[in-house]
Each structure stands twice: as structure tokens, then as C-alpha cells.
Design a binder for this molecule. Structure first.
Ligand code: 13P
Ligand code: SF4
Length: 333
């Protein structure tokens, strides 16, 4: 009966946004609950594991087997005996899940879940830059497509980028695609870091003057910022880390109040994880991250869309770049 209800619903609308305009808050809560029950039923039927990135809509946390950062989720899923991985995140993350679990079916509920930062590095552009710097190692941030990872010497996350770069024997490193994270690495290494001209618009447009005003209103709050933010903003931060490190820092630090500088979904997640502390948001919304909704997850599990498929050589070579990182750094998140 619930399936009939849902298919009827899916025929009427394709996005939760449409639904929000039409239904009262109480009806919406009931609809959300029914959708969650349906997802959990379908998940069991398909022996699926559901991965939910920290930036997702809050209702997505309720269907998750694992909630976490971009790399940690794929590592966790690879350790399970699930047949299907459903990734509530963005496409490069689902590709990483496929690289680490090539025998599993990997599903991304919507193709709108891209990432403009990952799209700023293409295979063609990387080949050209490699020709200019033949002796340089290529270090790819996990926010890259699998085919770009496959052309790289090693991957890194925002948590271990400095450690990865410093571990290399090369004097020169091409760091892609995020210039803000690359600049942060530059400040913590003696190597020559060749920056890629890429950035995440969600983080890059957060500005330091406004953050400073915010901080003046809450002087005792510690600032925790994602390294995809610009350099002038990172200089104001008490702690710089990826999404996986934020809850750890908040739990261990003596402060009661934090200003969280990243995508807006993270603050909601921190409030759940560390309920005895206060989190203020200095954030922007990532539309790619918010494009995944419960109805789309249901459709994905019923119709097997959109399945991530990668050429064999890409899986093998991207896997080598990720494994090299994991071998030198246990501190991936
Ligand atoms: P994390 O790797 O820190 O989860 O960040 C992912 C991301 O998309 C940042 O914008
Ligand atoms: Fe990509 Fe930025 Fe969105 Fe992360 S927040 S998925 S880097 S656009």
C-alpha cells in the first residue's frame, strides 16, 4: 500500500520543493515519516547501505547507515557486505564509493548532485599541466572526478592534505583542484606547490569582514572553518578542518560556543552530535548537496537510478591513488 501511495506521489511531483509549497507542516511531517519508512523497507529488500554526507538535508540523516565526510563514508561502505551503496552526497563521492567497492552497485539518486569544484579539473587540463611540470607529483583532493584521480600520483582529503604532500619525495607538487586548500598546504610545507585555479563557490564567497563582525558579537565563540574558505578568512579561524574533524574538535575543546564556517548543513549535524554545546552558522547552502530528497531516494532504490559505472582502468588507477594516501595517512577524515 505504501508503494502505491509513493508511486502516486512521484507521479504528481518530482521534488520535495514542490511538495513543501502544497502541504501543511503537519501533513509534511506525516509524509516525511511515510517516506522514511518506505526507504527503510526498500533498503532491506535490496540489501543496501545508505551513506549520507554531513551537508545533506536533515531528514536524510534519518535514513542513514553512516553519516560522515566525503572519503570516510566510502571507506565504511567498502567494509560492509551490502549489495548496493546508495550515496546521498554528490557524484564524485559516489564515484569514490565505486572505486573502493567495484563489485557493489552504487546509486546516486539525482544527477543534479554534481560539484562545480570537481568539474574545474578535467583529464585534458591535467594532462596539459603535467606536461608543463614533468617532475611534479600530482596530488588530487578527493573532490575530483574518478578519471582525474586515476591520472594522479596520490589523493588527499582536507584533513590530511599537508601530511600527504610532506610525505612525497618530490620537490614540486601540482595540487588540484582547490586553490584555497592548496594555499593552506603551501603555508605548511617547504615544497613548491603549484596551485590549480579551482574553488568551491559555497566556501569561497564567505567573507572575512562579515565573519569578523559576527565574531565581535560572540567574542567567546571559537571559529571552526573548512579549508576550502579563502586565506584571509582561515587566518581568523581557531581551528581549520574538514567536516569529519569538526565534531571531534567541538567535543575536545573547552569552549561552549562555536561559529561554524562551512556549508549550512554541518551546523545541524553538530547540534545533533554535540548537544551540550552551542553552534552558530556562518555558512552558505550548496545546491548540489541539497538536490537529494527522500522521494528521489525511493525512486533510486526502486528503479536502480542513477547507477555509477566506471571503466576498469579508471577504477584500478584511481584506487591506487586512494590506497597510496591511506597507506601514509590514517588521518583521512
Ligand atoms: P569533506 O571532505 O570535509 O566532507 O568536504 C566535502 C565537501 O564537499 C566540502 O565542500
Ligand atoms: Fe562541491 Fe563545494 Fe558543494 Fe562541496 S560544498 S559539493 S565542494 S560545490
Amino acid at each position: 500500500m505504501i508503494v502505491a501511495y509513493l508511486l502516486n506521489y512521484l507521479n504528481k511531483t518530482t521534488t520535495a520543493g514542490n511538495m513543501e509549497q502544497k502541504l501543511s507542516p503537519q501533513t509534511m511531517m506525516n509524509e516525511t515519516q511515510k517516506l522514511i519508512e518506505l526507504v527503510l523497507e526498500l533498503k532491506k529488500q535490496r540489501n543496501a547501505v545508505i551513506l549520507v554526507h554531513n551537508y545533506q538535508r536533515p531528514e536524510m540523516f534519518r535514513i542513514a547507515d553512516y553519516i560522515g565526510d566525503s572519503l570516510g563514508l566510502s571507506v565504511k561502505a567498502a567494509e560492509t557486505d551490502a549489495d548496493v551503496i546508495l550515496f546521498c552526497g554528490v557524484k564524485f563521492m559516489a564515484e569514490t564509493a565505486k572505486v573502493l567497492s567495484p563489485k557493489k552497485t552504487v546509486l546516486l539518486p539525482t544527477l543534479d548532485a554534481g560539484c562545480s569544484l570537481a568539474d574545474m579539473a578535467t583529464v585534458q587540463s591535467l594532462k596539459e599541466v603535467k606536461k608543463q611540470y614533468p617532475d611534479a607529483a600530482v596530488v588530487s583532493y578527493v573532490n575530483t572526478t574518478a578519471d582525474v584521480k586515476a591520472l594522479s600520483d596520490i589523493c588527499c582529503t582536507s584533513a590530511n592534505a599537508v601530511e600527504v604532500v610532506n610525505s612525497l619525495p618530490h620537490k614540486q607538487v601540482i595540487f588540484l583542484p582547490d586553490k584555497n586548500l592548496g594555499r593552506y598546504v603551501q603555508q605548511h610545507t617547504d615544497k613548491e606547490v603549484i596551485l590549480w585555479d579551482g574553488y568551491c563557490f559555497v566556501h569561497d564567497k564567505l567573507d572575512s569582514d562579515t565573519l569578523m563582525e559576527f565574531k565581535q558579537r560572540y567574542p567567546d565563540a571559537k571559529i571552526v572553518a573548512h579549508p576550502e574558505c579563502r586565506d584571509d578568512l582561515l587566518k581568523l579561524a581557531d581551528h581549520v578542518c574538514g567536516t569529519g574533524g569538526m565534531a571531534k574538535f567541538a567535543k575536545l575543546d573547552g569552549s561552549k560556543n562555536f561559529i561554524v564556517v562551512t556549508e549550512c548543513g554541518m551546523t545541524e549535524k553538530l547540534r545533533q552530535d554535540v548537544p551540550n554545546k552551542n553552534f552558530l552558522s556562518f555558512c552558505n547552502i550548496c545546491p548540489y548537496m541539497k538536490s537529494t530528497t527522500l522521494p528521489l531516494v525511493v525512486r533510486s532504490l526502486i528503479h536502480n537510478v542513477h547507477e555509477i559505472k566506471l571503466p576498469r582502468d579508471v577504477i584500478v588507477n584511481a584506487g591506487k591513488a586512494i590506497d597510496r594516501m591511506l597507506a601514509i595517512s590514517k588521518n583521512a577524515t
